[in-house]
Design a protein around this ligand. Structure first.
Ligand SMILES: [Zn+2]
Length: 322
């Protein structure tokens, strides 16, 4: 997650100041800069979460963290790409690599890669589930929650969706370059991967077939709070949050609002119904974009809840977009 709306930023800054918290590496968080084993209970059984295996999702996060920092354009991101592609292929998913160049970043031309899974069906309607997999360009930053958690959830979702016949065409998008380079740059400096996919869909004429785009980002902490994002499409937020409430997760998917700027915005701007599922609470802000965003922050149960809601949202979407 790169940034958030000004209104919410102001609120957050007030609260952080009032609470005496800081997001600096020296004073923030409870953990250390080195990855640690989680102290949380194991994930719930997949039988209780729609077949979604939180333990498998957690294992992916662990592997991505073990790769080390993997910012866009870094050496590490090639290892993250290799891991994601190999896992997807092991699930029997059809994998496409969308290579492109971000030509005017603060560090110049950067080669980037979106990793796409396009699960075919006879129905031209497309549903997209997405996450960014790059990590923030901060020293010793491994992004267990910011980049890792959502990528782990998306990989486990891929295992389930690629193994079955779906009534709609489903795409999974692993975005590169979500994080900004943040070197006193005044122009647009984030969401490179999602902007590239949205633009390429517009050029190919496929954009009109995309009926829903659901983004997950920072979906790993214990006791998560997912607020309704005011920048998302209301009917799609309603569908996902109603599904969550039906599954008993009303205290996770709450009715309070926030306003996020994230990889869903390029799709919103092009008229694609989109929703962002993200935990951006003060507990998270203690380690957000610091070396404290480590594996010990990741609760397998949160991954399982998030995945459960995503997999159960599929039939609801199929009903809605006939
Ligand atoms: Zn971020």
């Amino acid at each position: 997650m790169g940034r958030w709306s000004t209104f919410f930023a102001a609120l957050t800054c007030i609260c952080l100041a009032a609470c005496g918290h800081s997001s600096s590496p020296e004073s923030g968080g409870q953990g250390t800069a080195s990855p640690q084993a989680a102290t949380f209970p194991p994930a719930p059984s997949p039988e209780t979460t729609g077949g979604f295996d939180g333990a498998r999702a957690y294992k992916h996060v662990e592997q991505l963290v073990a790769i080390g920092p993997h910012a866009a354009g870094s050496e590490g991101i090639h290892r993250a790409q290799a891991y994601i592609v190999s896992q997807l292929k092991s699930f029997g998913c059809p994998v496409e690599e969308q290579d492109f160049h971000a030509t005017s970043t603060p560090i110049g031309d950067v080669a980037m890669k979106n990793i796409l899974v396009k699960i075919p069906s006879t129905n031209p309607n497309i549903l997209i589930f997405s996450s960014h997999y790059d990590t923030k360009r901060v020293d010793n930053f491994v992004g267990a929650d910011d980049g890792g958690s959502s990528t782990g959830v998306l990989l486990e979702l891929a295992r389930l969706l690629c193994a079955r016949k779906n009534a709609e065409t489903i795409w999974l998008a692993f975005f590169d370059g979500e994080e900004d380079f943040n070197l006193n740059w005044s122009s647009r400096d984030d969401t490179y991967g999602s902007r590239e996919l949205a633009a390429s869909l517009a050029v190919s004429g496929n954009l009109k077939h995309v009926k829903a785009m659901i983004l997950v980002d920072m979906v790993g902490p214990t006791n998560p709070i997912y607020r309704r994002d005011a920048n998302s499409t209301p009917w799609l937020v309603e569908l996902v949050w109603t599904t969550a409430a039906r599954l008993g997760y009303g205290k996770v998917f709450v009715n309070d609002a926030n306003a996020m700027e994230d990889d869903h915005i390029p799709f919103v701007q092009r008229g694609v119904p989109s929703a962002d599922i993200i935990d951006f609470e003060n507990s998270v802000l203690e380690y957000w974009h610091t070396p404290h965003d480590t594996l010990d922050k990741i609760d397998p149960r949160t991954l399982a809840i998030t995945g459960h809601v995503l997999i159960e949202s599929v039939p609801e979407l199929e009903k809605r977009i006939k």
